[in-house]
Design a binder for this molecule. Structure first.
Ligand code: ZN
Length: 256
């Protein structure tokens, strides 16, 4: 029998709060530490569909990349979507743990995995607080179009800023909404920054700095890591049944 306390202490070691951004809300967010954990479901975000799935699959713990709850709350009632979800989870004894930006920045976290997809070597954090990654392509002579093909095959259709025949050797990555990485990536001579999403004016800034961008979409830049997280938990706790949610889809659809 494994209790929630043991599972939480493992996550707190792998994804320490010291790696998370100051504004974040990470760690155990819902749960009774003495409860037994036999089933874990990983997901990107706790939504009403994810709550339904966790109840239907008798899940004891949801490990959600994005925090839930995130903002401070003063009421937990069925009058709000958030309150209804919390009531549903608590009444079924379902705990929630969120590693969020600590997971982004961890040594085997989301950004490190993105660097591996891009076949980068000499990878270091982009920023002093350990967030983002920057490294060099193992292979010389890569074009922006080559990388777009690699990313499309691994993460799906993406958008870009820059010229397709631009030579790309030094690459920075930042999953999710990481507009604020543009200046630092340019300062560290990156040819390209891969990120989840960026504002229009950030794209113009990148172009003026001769920094190409690949925008995968927020969901695609992080969702693949929900599966690798489930594999990691299974390896650590073989006696716990752990699987990624199957009810999650990108809320932003592509028309074609
Ligand atoms: Zn995110």
């Amino acid at each position: 029998m494994i209790d929630l306390k043991s599972v939480v202490s493992y996550f707190d070691t792998e994804y320490p709060a010291s790696l998370a951004e100051d504004w974040d809300n990470v760690g155990l967010l819902v749960g009774n530490l003495s409860a037994t954990v036999k089933t874990i479901m990983t997901c990107l975000t706790v939504t009403p569909e994810v709550c339904e799935e966790s109840v239907a699959k008798n899940v004891h713990l949801i490990v959600s990349h994005h925090p839930f709850p995130f903002q401070e709350i003063k009421k937990i009632t069925s009058q709000t979507v958030e309150g209804s979800m919390l009531l549903q989870l608590i009444s079924h004894g379902i705990a929630v743990y969120s590693p969020h930006t600590a997971h982004d920045s961890a040594k085997d976290g989301v950004n490190q995995q993105l660097a591996a997809i891009l076949e980068l070597i000499d990878v270091t954090p982009l920023n002093a607080n350990g967030s983002g990654r920057i490294g060099n392509r193992k292979q010389n002579g890569t074009l922006l179009s080559d990388l777009l093909r690699i990313i499309e095959s691994r993460l799906g259709t993406c958008s870009y800023v820059g010229e397709l025949n631009k030579s790309v050797n030094r690459i920075a990555v930042g999953c999710g909404a990481t507009d604020d990485f543009v200046d630092e990536a340019a300062k560290q001579n990156a040819d390209l920054l891969l990120l989840g999403e960026a504002r229009f004016h950030t794209c113009l800034l990148a172009q003026s700095l001769h920094l190409a961008l690949i925008l995968t979409g927020h969901f695609a830049s992080e969702h693949f890591a929900v599966k690798t997280l489930a594999q990691k938990i299974t390896a650590q706790f073989p006696e716990i049944l752990c699987f990624p949610s199957t009810s999650e889809q990108d809320v932003i659809k592509r028309y074609h």
